[in-house]
Design a protein around this ligand. Structure first.
Ligand code: FAD
Ligand code: SF4
Length: 518
């Protein structure tokens, strides 16, 4: 029996069991296939980062003595579909078994599982992905008997389990969470650091040229490409973040800037998701910064919570509830995506800047995703599938296991409040408080009706009115429903009309494959 070890594009870690257990001359396959690049129109920077990282990783594996088969997108005999391509390569090398690490997407995991069960072709064996703090089994155990799992409870369990930021059984600093220190608006922020620029070797330049040729019809530009494509570059990004941005990460975690796309965020999600960095080493680097007094606790705890808490939690929820989770649409939202998500053609300054930054960098930070593009889609009744396709396509870090719960659950509240206890809907006043967009906008965040009124305001009240059942009973929303209920009938009618008139001005796209994308 001979085994082919298949490494997927987001599994570029030498520490995975599939590689750690591999004998010296093992046959390893990496396959670039058109199918994976096109099922949503991925941002060219996302495709380039993954292909360049795969090619560099293949070179590392060869240096270690492994026999590597690498299918490039341009190979004439490439079948362009992952399972057939892996089986073709297995046959070429006389392998009767294919080992693969569990994919990060239910769709592919399911396709491999049904191929495995069919007992046609080589035997398929799926190995666990060990790059996470919490295995799927541990998560399932934690979920037992919980009707409403909460991230905060999960996070505390994980802090205890890993000993991260713990002294004996207590959280360091005497608190689990320092969020109340972490809501400073943009006006007070010092200038953010600029990201280190990575050198582009011949291999990376070749990939950039290839992507420019094959995917030039996709949303996004390759100009300014600066993603890490080797472990070395990813480690340089990590060091840079810990030294220059982490100390301010906490305070300005929720701020939004008209100019700076990254502020004090780490930009590490893409490297983490494709395996160039491991969550454990990233969290430890942050924890060490606190121990040696190089970063304050509110920043370090806030950062570690995103990875040890949110990232692990959404992954657990994803695997626990797929495939049903993807079908949820509890607020019965039925519109397509506004066309401006693809062409940036909008006069809402905050929305325009979030889309432009996404187009230019394949990146927007969490609050832009949640409170601007996400909030706007929520208030406009965008169908979960339409918004999910967009987020999955446009960000360098987008993988379904993390994108779907964030979009469908956190942003659209389409799971009925399973993931987040209340919708993150917000008016223009919130955006004005946290950002410096509004002073450059043609709308006024203090007005709700009239030509200059910020569209977020009327949309916000319309949303609350439309979804009073079930949201008015939510204890966390009682105050806001109290305000709505005190409004006169005329004011409510005026707000409703303002919102509907605005919605009528938008152009809507149909789902990918059925409609027009700019
Ligand atoms: P930082 O702000 O520096 O945070 C540090 C790390 O914490 C990130 O690198 C990331 O690994 C993790 N993290 C932070 N927030 C979350 C979160 N809510 N869920 C899971 N992990 C988190 N993240 C992805 O990695 N891939 C996605 O496809 C993705 N889609 C999203 C879609 C929507 C609608 C929203 C609201 C969020 C999404 N996120 C996604 C989470 C988050 O926005 C990004 O991880 C973050 O913006 C990446 O930038 P950063 O590395 O600078 O993060
Ligand atoms: Fe956005 Fe409204 Fe502010 Fe304009 S006024 S930037 S639309 S929040």
């Amino acid at each position: 029996s001979k085994t082919l070890r298949l490494i997927l594009g987001d599994q570029l870690s030498l520490t995975l069991p599939i590689l750690e257990s591999a004998p010296e001359n093992a046959v390893i396959a990496l396959c670039e296939v058109g199918e994976e690049g096109r099922y949503v129109p991925h941002h060219p920077q996302k495709i380039a980062m993954m292909l360049a990282a795969m090619r560099h990783f293949a070179a590392t594996l060869r240096q270690r003595g492994f026999q590597v088969h690498y299918s490039t997108l341009d190979d004439t005999d490439n079948t362009q579909q992952l399972i057939p391509e892996a089986e073709r390569v297995a046959q070429l090398h006389g392998c009767d078994e294919i080992q693969v690490t569990l994919p990060g997407e239910w769709r592919l995991a399911e396709a491999i599982e049904s191929r495995r069960k069919s007992r046609v072709g080589p035997r398929w064996r799926v190995l666990e992905d060990t790059r996470f703090f919490c295995s799927r089994q541990r998560f399932a155990q934690w979920m037992e008997g919980r009707k409403r799992p909460r991230m905060e409870d999960f996070y505390r369990m994980m802090r205890r389990h890993t000993g991260m930021l713990m002294e004996a059984d207590a959280p360091v600093g005497g608190q689990w969470n320092f969020d109340h220190d972490n809501r400073l608006p943009i006006d007070d922020a010092p200038p953010p650091p600029s990201a280190p620029r990575h050198r582009q070797d011949t291999l990376t330049r070749e990939v950039l040229a290839l992507v420019a040729t094959h995917f030039d019809d996709h949303f996004g530009t390759l100009a300014g490409f600066n993603w890490p494509v080797t472990r070395r570059q990813a480690l340089a990004d990590l060091r840079h973040f810990i030294t220059h941005a982490l100390p301010c990460f906490g305070h300005y975690q929720d701020a939004i800037s008209d100019k700076s796309p990254y502020l004090f965020h780490s930009r590490l999600s893409a490297a983490l998701n494709i395996g160039l960095l491991l969550p454990d080493e990233v969290c430890k680097a942050a924890e060490n910064a606190w121990w040696r007094g190089a970063a304050p606790l509110n920043a370090v705890e806030g950062f570690i919570r995103q990875i040890l808490g949110w990232r692990e939690y959404v992954r657990g929820i994803y695997w626990h509830h797929m495939p049903d989770y993807k079908r949820d649409n509890r607020l019965a939202a039925e519109r397509g995506l506004p066309a401006c998500y693809w062409n940036g053609d909008t006069d809402l300054r905050c929305l325009k800047r979030a889309i432009e930054m996404t187009h230019d960098n394949a990146y927007a930070h969490h609050i832009q995703r949640l409170m601007i593009t996400g909030n706007f889609a929520l208030l406009c009744d965008v169908r979960p599938a339409a918004l999910c396709d967009w987020y999955l396509a446009v960000y360098a870090d987008a993988c379904e296991w993390v994108e779907l719960p964030n979009t469908l659950g956190m942003v659209l509240h389409a799971d009925g409040g399973y993931l987040g206890s209340k919708p993150y809907c917000a008016s223009g006043k919130y955006i004005d408080r946290m950002s410096d967009h509004c002073t450059q906008c043609r709308y006024d965040p203090r007005q709700s009706v009239g030509d200059d009124a910020c569209p977020f305001n009327a949309l916000y009240w319309r949303f609350l009115e439309r979804h009073a059942d079930p949201l008015a009973d939510n204890p966390r929303m009682r105050v806001i429903y109290g305000t709505l209920n005190k409004m006169s009938t005329e004011k409510r009618r005026a707000l409703r009309e303002q919102a509907e008139t605005f919605l009528d001005t938008l152009t809507w796209t149909r789902p990918y494959g059925q409609g027009q994308h700019a």
